[in-house]
Write a protein that binds this ligand. Structure first.
Ligand SMILES: *[C@@H]1O[C@H](CO)[C@@H](O)[C@H](O)[C@H]1NC(C)=O
Ligand SMILES: *[C@@H]1O[C@H](CO)[C@@H](O)[C@H](O)[C@H]1NC(C)=O
Ligand SMILES: *[C@@H]1O[C@H](CO)[C@@H](O)[C@H](O)[C@H]1NC(C)=O
Ligand SMILES: *[C@@H]1O[C@H](CO)[C@@H](O)[C@H](O)[C@H]1NC(C)=O
Length: 356
């Protein structure tokens, strides 16, 4: 333990000596490993989805019929204001009363919430979508199934026959794309129809394989897409997520961390900083365990009007590693050299990015 701490402090010392002045300024509050401290919040959540609408932030997370929280600031207080669906998701599989990893986006005047129904360790999953003219509770229409894996119509053809239909995210470029996937063979992208309620061509999905973790249990999931000119960025969570046993933690570095790759083409390939394709195991780490923050992941990005904000869930090592002990933390994003860096302080240059 002492050796580890010593190594960690050496690492951070080296970091502070070698990083350029600008990055060091932004990181005056950096913890061990050179990662900026998180901004903790009172929002207990998994795989947060957060958007800003008007002066308010709305957060979406797993819960009965999908929980919605509202806050005036990212820091909270986050008030649970209701549920998104009026009843179970209109998909007859999985835990459809508590859809997972909702991802809410605004396109024009319409809010779309993509959600997943599944069960732990199962590939018998599906992604559905609900829409509304307002981001808060009430008034959502559930359109049900977009794509499914494991069983049901369409699940026998590629890539649905090799993937797990959870963790939906959207990228809108020439056409809208759904990006999804967890473990097994990784993360895929399929074009959606113009109304974004179904696959563009269910008979011939025209999928692209974007992310694959070759090692072990193939731990890549929780993707999110952003655009910061001139690149599309594909974010994902690598490693073991949550509900961990404090006495049997994964080897250091095998827990969740937030990784990214970028591409000029929305269809990829997405390459990391070393030029490795994410589908060949690439992924540049943007945020990982540091100080009392452990296993950050399930991330997303928003813009607060000035800067991009990276948000994610993590467990606090001084509190516990249980499934219901994850809370949301966040950092600003800066883009030196076009690669995102998580900072504690607001960067001096604003960022204009797109999210879906
Ligand atoms: C959340 O609740 C607190 C306490 O009642 C209140 O002051 C705050 O305005 C509420 N936040 C929102 C976004 O409504
Ligand atoms: C998945 O389906 C494709 C056809 O869409 C087929 O060529 C491929 O062999 C299938 N893979 C598995 C593992 O079943
Ligand atoms: C972790 O929990 C401790 C004790 O409640 C608290 O003081 C600390 O601020 C927390 N840290 C984070 C990053 O949540
Ligand atoms: C979290 O789970 C533990 C054990 O599963 C339980 O004892 C505890 O009450 C739960 N806490 C919350 C806040 O739900």
């Amino acid at each position: 333990m002492l050796v580890v701490l010593f190594l960690l402090s050496l690492t951070s010392l080296c970091y502070s000596l070698t990083v350029p002045l600008k990055a060091r300024d932004a990181d005056t509050t950096a913890g061990p490993g050179g990662y900026a401290h998180t901004h903790p919040t009172d929002l207990m959540i998994h795989d947060p989805s957060v958007i800003k609408y008007g002066d308010k932030y709305y957060a979406y997370g797993v819960g009965v019929y999908i929980n919605i929280w509202e806050s005036w600031t990212m820091d909270g207080p986050w008030n649970l204001t209701g549920s998104l669906l009026d009843g179970p998701a209109a998909i007859n599989k999985g835990a459809n009363t508590e859809p997972w990893a909702p991802n809410t986006i605004q396109v024009g005047d319409t809010f779309y919430c993509y959600y997943a129904v599944s069960e732990a360790g199962s590939r018998d999953s599906a992604i559905g979508v609900a829409t509304s003219s307002h981001p808060g509770p009430g008034g959502w229409t559930d359109h049900g199934l977009v794509l499914q894996t494991g069983s049901g119509v369409g699940s026998q053809q590629y890539p649905m026959n090799v993937s797990n239909a959870i963790d939906p995210t959207i990228l809108i470029a020439d056409v809208p794309y759904l990006i999804y996937g967890s473990y097994w063979t990784g993360i895929y992208q399929v074009p959606l129809s113009e109304d974004m309620l179904s696959m563009a061509d269910p008979q011939s999905p025209d999928a692209t394989h974007l992310v694959y973790a070759p090692q072990g249990i193939h731990p890549a999931e929780g993707s999110f897409a952003t655009y910061h000119a001139p690149y599309y960025y594909l974010w994902f969570s690598h490693g073991q997520c949550c509900d961990l046993n404090a006495n049997a933690l994964p080897a250091a570095g095998h827990e969740y961390s937030i990784r990214v790759g970028r591409s000029m083409d929305p269809r990829g390939p997405y390459l990391d900083k070393d030029g490795t394709d994410l589908v060949n195991g690439g992924g540049t780490i943007v945020y990982a365990s540091n100080d009392d923050v452990y296993a950050p992941g399930g991330e997303g990005v928003l813009n607060d009007g000035q800067n991009d904000i990276l948000f994610y869930h993590y467990v606090n090592t001084t509190v516990g590693y249980g499934f219901n002990q994850t809370s949301m933390g966040w950092n600003f994003l800066d883009y030196p050299d076009g690669w995102p860096v998580a900072t504690y302080n607001r960067p001096s240059t604003s960022s204009s990015s797109y999210f879906w």
